[in-house]
Ligand binder design. Structure first.
Ligand SMILES: Cc1cc2nc3c(=O)[nH]c(=O)nc-3n(C[C@H](O)[C@H](O)[C@H](O)COP(=O)(O)OP(=O)(O)OC[C@H]3O[C@@H](n4cnc5c(N)ncnc54)[C@H](O)[C@@H]3O)c2cc1C
Length: 507
């Protein structure tokens, strides 16, 4: 599938490939026998052994691994082969073989994940799912869209709008870098999520392939059902460890006919948070409701401290939009906010999908990352205060700024940006882990959740058992039931890994 300009989506490399091809995470590396390659090719499945192709499929957008590439010339990992299926049947053929031969398979698509979730840390097969693309059908009456899992976000949005006058309303910053299957696998959130929901709210059903090659369909065409546990939601968020998603049925919406914007300045971040709570609890759901602390307000919107900017945008039926903006105004004023230039929203819209800044910060050998968590309104003030204090107490930490990016009636997502330089004698990875440990421990101790939408991958794997407590045993048993040979995306989510340690802190 291509967009209206004829452009087909493809992964965007985060930084140039390092010149030499040394690999940082290379323990328990598994090769793929040549007879399998021949058999797959004979079955019409594309297989690549090309060195550059394999190197590209050994990395994603995890910021630390970009620093490894820039400063140390290291790749995070490298698969033995890259396999590019174009149908669920082809995925099934590959999985069946790997399951019998116990070869690790890492599903991947846009490779825009920021936690190392798609790194093939044990070699084996990089299962590139971007060939499973395109809109398969549109139900114009029910507004349901059946789409291939490997479809890139920008191409999908463009085709939906131009050919069907529909929108999903899902606009992650990485829209041009990521795919439908990646969104579902990581429980992605778009920038308009307060009106349209996260991806898990948009999905009605899936087609997926289990580790033994069985093709299953979950959900279907009914809006809700009472047919036991929700198998769609079991696979959603499993980051390629339980099944490979090949297509999904998603809810769409008519292209909006109305839009409204406003911007407000608070003198305290906590007052701004309280205004967001009151807006949500009155039943207003402005598509965008983003509140920045004074540091990020100054950096991103040139406001003068102590101003904390709240940017608001809503779209949809004009009647609903105007009522929503009215409620926003009432609650903002009730908390002492003053109006800011609504042009700030225009400015944000103009640069919101610019993903070029990270590489230039990393070039300066500054360690930087973003940490998105969520909590209830009751817990958010404590999470914000404790996480900020803990990060800034790490020797070498320079920045811990925050914005509220996604809001609900019961709580919100806080999105921290952390940065610093390792103090003398401390290596980059240890410093990076110390920043993450500080933010994560403080968040969990204050009642927050580990991740709101970036997922777990490799970087956060060490925290998941503690975060899920006894629930983690249930996840482990599900993994054993669905993937008894343990071939699907080993090394991720803190699950037992039959191929051995990865070379990154484990649970
Ligand atoms: C600059 C930047 C901005 C970002 N902004 C956002 C944002 O606003 N919101 C947000 O939610 N995320 C954001 N992200 C994170 C990332 O884009 C998302 O996690 C996205 O959902 C990943 O999709 P992908 O296709 O790139 O998946 P990949 O990175 O290729 O894979 C991610 C995980 O999903 C699994 N997977 C992928 N496809 C399948 C499949 N078909 N079946 C089974 N498993 C699969 C992989 O095994 C891996 O575990 C951002 C990333 C960057 C670099």
């Amino acid at each position: 599938m291509t967009d209206s300009t004829g452009r087909a989506g493809r992964p965007t490399p985060p930084v140039p490939l390092p010149v030499d091809r040394r690999v940082r995470l290379d323990t328990g590396w598994v090769s793929v026998p040549v007879e399998f390659v021949t058999a797959w090719r004979n079955a019409g499945i594309a297989v690549s052994l090309d060195v550059d192709d394999r190197a590209e499929h050994g990395r994603d957008w995890w910021p630390l691994t970009q620093a490894w590439a820039i400063h140390d010339g290291l790749l995070p990992s490298v698969p033995a082969v890259v396999v590019r299926p174009t149908s669920a049947d082809q995925v099934a053929v590959v999985l069946r073989t790997c399951n019998e031969a116990i070869i690790p398979v890492t599903p991947m698509a846009g490779r825009s994940g920021v936690c190392g979730a798609s790194l093939p840390v044990h070699g084996g097969v990089a299962l590139d799912l971007t060939g499973l693309n395109g809109i398969r059908s549109v139900d114009r009456v029910s507004l349901l869209v059946d789409v291939g899992a490997g479809t890139f976000g920008d191409v999908f949005a463009d085709e939906l709008r131009s050919a069907h006058r529909l929108t999903l309303g899902h606009w992650p910053q990485s829209i041009a870098l990521s795919t439908v299957g990646g969104w579902l696998s990581c429980r992605s959130a778009g920038q308009y999520s307060t009106r349209y929901g996260k991806i898990e709210d948009m999905v009605v059903g899936l087609t997926a392939v289990l580790a033994d090659g069985t093709i299953v369909e979950t959900g279907g065409s009914a809006p809700r059902s009472s047919t036991g546990p929700d198998l769609t939601q079991l696979i959603v968020g499993s980051e390629g460890t339980l099944a490979v998603i090949t297509s999904a049925v998603l809810r769409a919406h008519p292209v909006p006919t109305g839009e409204g914007r406003s911007a407000w300045g608070f003198t305290s971040f906590l007052d701004g948070l309280d205004a967001c709570r009151r807006i949500m609890q009155r039943g207003a759901t402005p598509a965008v409701l983003r509140l920045y602390d004074d540091r990020e307000s100054k950096r991103s919107h040139a406001t003068a401290p102590p101003t904390c900017a709240l940017l608001v945008l809503d779209e949809g039926d004009p009647l609903i939009v105007s009522a929503t903006l009215e409620i926003v105004e009432q609650e903002a004023r009730a908390l002492g906010a003053t109006p800011l230039d609504p042009g700030l929203v225009e400015g944000w819209l103009g640069h919101r999908n610019d993903v070029s800044q990270l590489a230039s910060v990393l070039q300066n050998d500054i360690v930087v990352d973003t940490i998105e968590i969520a909590g209830s309104w009751a817990n958010l003030p404590k999470i914000w205060a404790e996480a900020t204090k803990a990060v800034l107490a790490v020797p070498g930490a320079m920045v811990c700024s925050c914005h509220q990016s996604h809001a609900y009636t019961d709580g919100a997502c806080l999105y921290f940006t952390v940065a610093g330089r390792p103090p003398d004698g401390r290596d980059r990875d240890a410093f990076y882990c110390a920043l993450w440990d500080a933010a994560t421990s403080a968040t969990l101790a204050s009642g927050g959740t580990l991740s709101h939408h970036h997922g777990i991958g490799l970087n956060r794997a060490r925290y998941l058992p503690a975060a899920l407590a006894r629930g983690f045993d249930v996840l482990r048993q599900l993994k054993t039931a669905l993937d008894p040979a343990g071939i699907l995306n080993p090394g991720k989510l803190g699950l037992p890994d039959r191929f051995g340690p990865v070379g990154w802190p484990a649970p």
